[in-house]
Design a protein around this ligand. Structure first.
Ligand SMILES: Nc1nc2c(ncn2[C@@H]2O[C@H](COP(=O)(O)OP(=O)(O)OP(=O)(O)O)[C@@H](O)[C@H]2O)c(=O)[nH]1
Ligand SMILES: [Mg+2]
Ligand SMILES: [Zn+2]
Length: 296
């Protein structure tokens, strides 16, 4: 077999075993994967890879160490997630909670974009999002439709690499187009009967802007399980609980059934939103069940 030149680049798209790798010089190499990298789950969009360049054909032979890695959406080496919700389809805050936990686990940033501000009557969703997440992350009001808040979003992602994440039809691809100022990505509709999205975006793809900003458009999803860990650590990902934890009587308080719990007191006093705490309990239960099934 001919010996190729080794080159480096980043996977910006991968469909059915074929990958587009962009080099530092901006050249796009069309690649296959070698050996075990051919298996599902071995290569992520965002991966920095070494490629054997045989001229017509290129082969990915190695993945460089990743700084971050997510399974939902399926991306690597990101600096942060733009979590998108909208008034329609109906927002799912449990999904938002899980994405924020993923960000904290991976040591990356998050921003919550309340999209479709043009149809958010009385700013209801925006107000709810601010109440639930104001103490946790940046909450932005945006509209891909009329350009509202897009400048602020652009400032946040500038020069960095963010992926978009959220349910189908919340407007992720529309936001990429708004940020780019042109129609790069295909956008879809909401089913009239179901009120849900139609999963228009089928592949993760990185779009690079002239100033070096990179945005990965991703596929919508509603179900997602965080990789399992001991439920006793769940509360440590709720940074808005932090300052009330010192009022818990017991060390290692899980803020569920214990007496004299500072977090529960804060919920009673309205300092922690009740709904946020209730979702915590739900997720705690979910983790407990999974944990017992595996280790019980
Ligand atoms: N009114 C309004 N509609 C919007 C806005 N942004 C997106 N939409 C509409 O919402 C629908 C879904 O938009 P997409 O950008 O395809 O949504 P997506 O999140 O990429 O969906 P998937 O690719 O299926 O995950 C389209 O009909 C858009 O025109 C907005 O700011 N305001
Ligand atoms: Mg899309
Ligand atoms: Zn407690």
């Amino acid at each position: 077999m001919a010996i190729g030149t080794t080159r480096q680049g980043r996977i910006i798209k991968g469909v059915a075993g074929k990958y587009c790798v962009k080099t530092a010089e901006g050249e796009i190499l069309r690649c296959f994967a070698r050996g075990k990298l051919r298996k599902d789950g071995e290569l992520y969009v965002g991966d920095e890879v070494e490629v054997d360049d045989f001229g017509k054909e290129c082969v990915i032979k190695e993945v460089l160490p990743r700084s971050s890695m997510l399974v939902r959406p399926y991306v690597s080496n990101i600096d942060g997630i733009v979590i998108v919700v909208s008034p329609l389809p109906k927002p799912d805050f449990l999904l938002v909670d899980k994405l924020i936990i993923s960000c904290i686990q991976q040591g990356i940033d998050s921003v919550l974009c309340v999209n479709k501000s043009d149809i958010d009557e009385g700013d209801r969703l925006l107000e709810a999002a601010r109440k639930e997440y104001g103490a946790v992350t940046t909450v932005l009001s945006v509209s891909a439709e009329n350009g509202d808040g897009i400048g602020q979003l652009r400032d946040i992602v500038k020069g960095r690499y963010y992926c978009l994440a959220g349910q189908s039809a919340v407007g992720k691809s529309s936001l990429v187009n708004a940020l780019a100022g042109k129609e790069l990505m295909e956008t879809g509709e909401i089913g009239e009967k179901s009120g849900r999205g139609k999963h228009t975006t089928r592949h993760v793809e990185i779009i690079e802007f002239e100033d070096g900003t990179m945005i990965a458009d991703t596929c919508g999803f509603s179900m997602f399980e965080i990789p399992l860990f001991d439920p006793m650590f769940l509360a440590s990902y709720y940074i808005d609980f932090d300052k009330y934890r010192e009022n818990c009587r017991f060390r290692g308080c899980t803020h569920t059934v214990e007496e004299c719990c500072g977090v529960k007191e804060a919920v009673e006093l309205g300092k922690i939103p009740k709904e946020r705490y209730e979702r915590y309990l739900k997720l705690y239960e979910e983790f407990n069940k999974r944990w017992e099934k595996r280790y019980g």
